[in-house]
Design a protein around this ligand. Structure first.
Ligand SMILES: Cc1cc2nc3c(=O)[nH]c(=O)nc-3n(C[C@H](O)[C@H](O)[C@H](O)COP(=O)(O)OP(=O)(O)OC[C@H]3O[C@@H](n4cnc5c(N)ncnc54)[C@H](O)[C@@H]3O)c2cc1C
Length: 378
């Protein structure tokens, strides 16, 4: 059993960690206030090769495993959770399905641009009436003589503003129930595709979250991703892997909480001594530290399962459930350590608390994860 990254991964971790501190962390507060993701930062992430980390070298990427992409999201999320999810959504929600289910022609067409960061990816799965209940989707894809006609809407699309390519789930055969949905690859500038609105959010505010409206958008027949009727299977497979990325995001946020809370506990004095000398404060720091280590073990175990072709559904669900709930507790503790200052924008922990919450909600809520885990028990 080995709890260490190998030398290559450790070197990459140092590089990405250094970049996260020097570049990503610097503008995090401003990006949160402006609710904007600057193009310049996207370019810097691209220059670091972070959009192509899991894409095979033959398509222009680094060809690394889930352990590496997980580590990247963790390191970037330590500095800025909104930037962490930009990479996680691109990698897990769009690159992965194209790699796993795409034809050679689709891979050649899309992956090189996605590896270089020239094209950002997103996933359109959720609809107003279809959240946890993925099978309740109504966005329609009808095959006519000139191709697939897409009509309907999708909401909560991460990277909606930046994305050039999207994986879309739509109903192709309404009577087929489980096999009624199919997946498509769509370029977001295709006529008939438009952005409805952007969500104004509690946290991860620099990450764009968009509504997409499809009005008789016509796609060629070869836009189908995987086989007709395989959409639900593809969607669930995307979420199974995506969860590991969100768990890594939670792990990153929790470490930022521990770092800031410890620093503050060592410097803030009350009753003539640093508050870090009070056991009540030490307990919070200890609890955060234990939570982080436990979450890290679960997160990298799930990544290892994925890299080693083991069934990672339950492992990913456990990692996401534990890491996200741990992250919210850690952020809450961090604000408590800061006292009233923790509630104010002069310190970053209020942002961490707002950012932490989303990890319990997207790519499956905690309630859904408990269902997934329990399903394999009872
Ligand atoms: C910021 C953000 C980014 C997102 N990014 C994307 C994206 O990129 N692409 C995409 O397609 N979607 C995205 N989503 C959607 C996200 O995955 C869904 O919001 C999430 O899956 C929950 O769906 P819902 O919001 O419709 O909640 P609902 O499904 O309506 O759930 C409401 C509540 O009921 C509970 N509940 C539902 N069903 C059950 C059940 N069977 N048993 C017990 N409890 C249940 C839930 O756990 C929750 O507490 C994003 C959402 C947000 C907020």
């Amino acid at each position: 059993m080995d709890f260490e990254f190998d030398d290559d991964l450790r070197m990459l971790q140092e590089q990405v960690g250094d970049f996260a501190i020097k570049v990503v962390a610097q503008g995090a507060e401003a990006r949160d206030h402006a609710a904007e993701m600057p193009q310049q930062l996207i370019q810097q992430l691209a220059d670091m090769g972070l959009f192509g980390i899991s894409i095979p070298e033959s398509y222009g990427g680094a060809g690394l495993g889930c352990d590496a992409s997980t580590m990247v999201v963790e390191e970037i999320s330590k500095a800025c959770a909104g930037t962490g999810v930009l990479i996680s959504a691109h990698t897990s929600l769009c690159v992965y399905p194209i790699m796993a289910f795409g034809t050679e022609a689709q891979k050649k067409k899309y992956l090189p641009g996605m590896a270089s960061g020239e094209t950002i990816g997103c996933l359109s799965l959720t609809e107003p009436g279809s959240g946890s209940d993925v099978g309740a989707a109504t966005c329609r894809a009808e095959l006519k003589s000139d191709g697939w006609h897409i009509n309907g809407s999708k909401i909560f699309v991460t990277n909606g503003k930046e994305a050039g390519v999207m994986v879309l789930l739509a109903v192709t055969d309404p009577d087929e129930k489980k096999h009624g949905m199919s997946a498509f690859i769509i370029e977001t500038n295709t006529p008939g595709v438009r952005i409805g609105k952007f969500e104004k959010k509690l946290g991860i505010r620099c990450s764009s979250t968009a509504e997409f409206v499809f009005e008789d958008c016509v796609l060629s027949e070869d836009a189908l991703l995987g086989e007709r009727g395989q959409g639900l299977r593809i969607a669930l497979s995307i979420l199974d892997g995506g969860r590991i990325g969100i768990a890594a995001q939670a792990l990153g946020i929790a470490q930022a909480c521990l770092y800031e809370a410890t620093k503050y506990a060592n410097t803030r004095e009350q009753f003539g001594r640093p508050i870090g000398t009070f056991q009540a404060i030490q307990n919070k720091l200890a609890d955060i530290a234990v939570g982080i280590e436990a979450a890290r073990a679960l997160v990298y175990r799930a990544a290892w399962y994925k890299d080693n072709d083991r069934d990672y559904v339950q492992a990913g669900a456990m990692a996401k459930l534990f890491a996200s709930e741990m992250c919210s507790k850690a952020a809450n503790h961090a604000v408590q350590v800061f006292g009233g200052y923790g509630y104010c924008q002069d310190y970053p922990v209020e942002r961490f608390l707002r950012d932490a919450k989303i990890t319990e909600l997207y790519e499956g809520t905690s309630e859904i994860h408990r269902i997934v885990i329990a399903r394999s028990l009872v």
